[in-house]
Design a protein around this ligand. Structure first.
Ligand code: PLP
Length: 412
């Protein structure tokens, strides 16, 4: 069984090495992050917080968590940081549990506009426990409709406004969001899970000065271990900590917390700023290549690490869904995910869009030439989807490109 499992891990390592990964929420963690994640810290129970644990033997892990908290505060110029949230969804659960009562009214971006399930979708706990009022994007510009948001805030007087997204390619106006929240006495909560690495590197504006609470994952653009974190203004810190533990979690994952600290330190290195800058440049380049090839992009392009192709515009390819294209590209070694586009009429399982992001391939060292090439291959695959010879040639070329740009860490 053990052998079998390690064979599977090896197979996954090979799959990652031999495919081009355009999933906007994935990345390749460094060997230092992997080493901390795979360390003996996994053996330790440490319920509580540094200096206030419910277990003995915590003198070393206390230092680990304190180090991670201080590194997180320094990186995001934050008053208070909690590094115990197990994931992005757990972080958001803890935020709502801290500052809302069951049934409270909250504004959140709808899933089809680019928001996340935990921002009030009816099948998620958030939509079941709280009275979420969805806001969306303007039909024409496909950017957040702040006037509509303000109107909804005035009308519904929410306790909290949630901003942040999983599939929104443009910058958000945190100052305007903060003003709207203040005007109705609501807390502003920004979920920066997708963009945290770009914020850490100071490539795009930070929500931290404007929001009362900021949550994040640590594994997307930030390139750390799979996990979550929560930043608050000082006055809210004690309430938040109490609701993470004992409120909604038990023992912290000390190995993951150590790996978060490694990632926070890595993100302060000048080379990470170059990396984050290249992520955005690559996304803009790739989006422009698709646009030049005749594809329609949601909002016309991107300011960040991701963009969305709208497959409802059928002139390049006839009728195709997000599911069709995800499967087609996957067969040729290019990994993407289907995604709804604003005002989509297809279900989230089918969708009319494809989301693409550049964090992972930029970690591999892809630059302008390579991302343009990948966009051209994607167009070729879509156009020649019924020509097995063409698809085979492109699949070989994808493999060769991956061999030229090995994943720089990859040690398991
Ligand atoms: C904006 C946003 N918040 C939260 C999450 C949830 O993170 P996790 O998968 O770690 O629970 C995601 C994941 O994709 C996300 O995009």
């Amino acid at each position: 069984m053990k052998n079998n499992l390690f064979n599977l891990i090896d197979l996954e390592k090979r799959r990652q090495a031999s495919t081009v990964n355009l999933i906007a929420s994935e990345n390749y963690a460094s060997s230092a992050v992997l080493a901390a994640t795979g360390s003996v810290l996994t053996n330790k129970y440490a319920e509580g917080y540094p200096g206030r644990r419910y277990y003995g033997g915590c003198e070393i892990v206390d230092q680990v968590e304190t180090y991670a908290i201080e590194a997180g505060k320094k990186l995001f110029k934050a008053d208070h940081v909690n590094v115990q949230a197990h994931s992005g969804a757990s972080a958001n659960f803890a935020v709502y549990f801290s500052f809302l009562k069951l049934g409270d009214t909250v504004l959140g971006m709808s899933l089809t506009a680019g928001g996340h399930l935990t921002h009030g979708h009816h099948i998620n706990f958030s939509g079941k426990f709280y009275n979420f009022i969805p806001y969306g994007v303007d039909q024409e510009s496909e950017r957040i409709n702040y006037d509509q948001l303000e109107q909804l805030a005035q009308q519904h007087k929410p306790k909290m406004i949630v901003a942040g997204a999983s599939a929104y390619a443009r910058l958000m106006d945190y100052e305007r969001l903060a003003k709207i929240a203040q005007s109705v006495n609501a807390l502003l909560f920004v979920d920066m899970a997708h963009i945290a690495g770009l914020v850490a590197a100071d490539i795009i504006p930070s929500p931290v000065p404007w929001a009362d609470i900021v949550s994040s994952t640590t594994h997307k653009t930030l390139r750390g271990p799979r996990g979550g974190m929560i930043i608050t203004k000082q006055a809210l810190g004690a309430t938040l900590d109490k609701s993470v533990m004992p409120g909604c979690q038990g023992g912290p994952l000390m190995h993951v917390i150590a790996a978060k600290a490694v990632a926070f330190d890595e993100a302060r290195h000048p080379s990470f700023k170059t990396y984050a800058n290249n992520v955005v440049t690559n996304a803009i380049t790739m989006a422009k290549t698709f646009s030049d090839l005749g594809y329609r992009l949601v909002t016309g392009g991107t300011d960040t690490h991701l963009f969305l192709l709208d497959l409802r515009d059928t002139k390049n390819h006839g009728t195709l869904t997000g599911k069709d294209v995800e499967e087609l590209l996957g067969k040729c070694g290019i990994i993407v995910n289907r995604n709804t586009v604003p005002f989509d009429t297809q279900s989230p399982l089918i969708t009319s869009g494809i989301r693409m992001g550049t964090p992972a391939l930029t970690t591999r060292g892809f630059g302008k030439k390579e991302v343009e090439q990948v966009a051209v291959w994607i167009d070729d695959i879509i156009r020649h989807r019924n020509d097995d010879n063409q698809l085979e040639t492109i699949t070989d070329n994808v493999k060769k490109l991956c061999e030229q740009f090995p994943i720089p860490t990859g040690t398991l």
